[in-house]
Structures are given as C-alpha cells and as structure tokens.
Design a protein around this ligand. Sequence first.
Ligand SMILES: NC(=O)c1ccc[n+]([C@@H]2O[C@H](COP(=O)([O-])OP(=O)(O)OC[C@H]3O[C@@H](n4cnc5c(N)ncnc54)[C@H](O)[C@@H]3O)[C@@H](O)[C@H]2O)c1
Length: 256
Amino acid sequence: MQLKEKVIFITGGAQGFGRGVAEAVLKKGAKVCIADVNADLGEATTRELQASSGPDYVLFVKCDVSDATVFEDAFKAAVSKFGHIDIMCNNAGILDERIWEKQLEVNFGGVVRGTMMALNHMRKDKGGRGGVIINTASIGGLLPSFWFPTYAGSKSAVNHFTASWANNPDMKSAEVRFVSICPSGAETGLLESLQDKILNYDHFKQFMERSKYCRVDQVVQAFLLAMEDDTINGTAITIKLKEGVQKVKMSLVPIE
Ligand SMILES: NC(=O)c1ccc[n+]([C@@H]2O[C@H](COP(=O)([O-])OP(=O)(O)OC[C@H]3O[C@@H](n4cnc5c(N)ncnc54)[C@H](O)[C@@H]3O)[C@@H](O)[C@H]2O)c1
C-alpha cells in the first residue's frame, strides 16, 4: 500500500516504536491518529509532529486499550476526523509481571479489541476500503522467555491471533492483511526501571548486554515493510540488531 494520504491509527503512539512509526509515515505523506493512555506525553508528541507535518495530519486521542468503550470512542473520533482508517497499528504494551492480569488486558486484550474494531471498519466485503492490521508482538512471543512468562505468553497470543486471522479464507474478499511485528529488546520506555517488574533481573541485564539491543529505526523499517508490501500476510517480522528485519512464516503445521 502506498502511504501518501493514507490514514494510520497507532496505539501507544506517544513514545517509543509508536512515535517512530508516526514520524516515518508522516514523512511519506500519511495522516496519523496517535492513541495513548498518557495524555500529557501524547499531546506534546502530537504538537511536535504537527509542527513539521501540519495540524491536519496528526490527531491525538486519549485512549486506554484495556477499556473497550474508551477504545471504541477513540477509534470513532479518528474516523470522524479523517473519514476512515487504512492501517491499524495495535502497538500499546506494558511489561510488569506483578500486574499480570493488566498485562494480558493491555497486551492481548487491547490487540483483540483493536483488531476486531479495525476489521469491521475496513473489510471490503462489508462496505469498507480494505486495509492492513499490524500488531506489535515480540521476539519473546516466539521464544520461551523465563524473565517474563506472562508478557511472553501475551505476545505469543498476539502472534497466533494475528496469523490465525490472516489464514481465514474470508479475508481474501475482505482485502485486509494481518502482520505481527516481533522486535528484540530495544531501549524504549518499556525496558526502563525493570528491576522489580521481571524475574531474574540481573540475568536479563547480562543477557541484553551480550545479545545487544535493536534500534527503534530498525523496528520502524519493519512496520513500513508490513504496510507497503502487499504480499505480506500472516507473517511475523522479527527485528534483531545484527540480522535486521526478517520474515517468519507462522504456519508450522500445514492446514489440511
Ligand atoms: N522495547 C522493547 O524492548 C520491546 C521489544 C519487543 C516488543 N515491544 C513492544 O512494543 C510495543 C511498544 O513498546 P515500546 O517499546 O515503544 O514502549 P514504550 O513504553 O516506549 O511505549 C509504549 C506506549 O504505550 C502506551 N500505553 C501503555 N499502556 C497503554 C494502554 N493501556 N492504552 C494505550 N496506550 C498505552 C504508553 O503510554 C507508551 O506511550 C509494546 O507492545 C511492547 O510490548 C517492545
């Protein structure tokens, strides 16, 4: 999909990967709705982006993806401002094993809510314009990760949910593609002050020092690939510092 004048809804867009994606698609002439639970930061980010892209190209809506009504209202506000949504990035996430139920509600519940809402809006067989749904998972959703079992479980669910939708035969006439993004560790807000939030913190720190953080711009590159390459569907895109961006097919067992 060409991004010029397309409309992109990004949850967790106030900082980190979401902000990076917003900046990149604005440079390509797209319009962006940043939806984030952090209103102060979201508004500040939006003002900065509006200063370079123009006020009509960026909207901020306060939104907690774990609250169905609030999330729906945010989506409706974006549709009302821009007319429609072409690309949905369900990207908001948290990492804190102490509040595992909240983690599941945000990391997986938020992705399910956002996917269903966007699919109903986009599907061409029901009057929409088609589109792409991109869900942020994690390398931790492809590999067992003993430092944060619930987080890893939530991200594994995101990968499986996304690929399962992609394999539904009705999605051909719906003209909606589904992609999950699987970054390795990156130095964003998510990995700040983790000491009490994960298990075996010292081991994790040593592991990250050895394996090296990937860069936000590499993750943004994976998002752009998912948006622009119309042949990608049902794929998890992994991002590692050295290997860069790689496509992983999610179907390990052939469907009879
Ligand atoms: N940074 C990493 O190492 C890493 C690696 C793999 C996957 N991820 C995933 O990438 C995504 C983006 O994270 P990031 O690294 O940019 O972190 P970040 O903390 O910098 O940004 C996350 C954003 O999500 C927002 N957010 C949190 N809870 C929310 C909610 N309930 N509703 C709406 N917005 C909410 C935050 O306010 C923040 O702006 C997350 O899903 C995260 O799990 C991050």
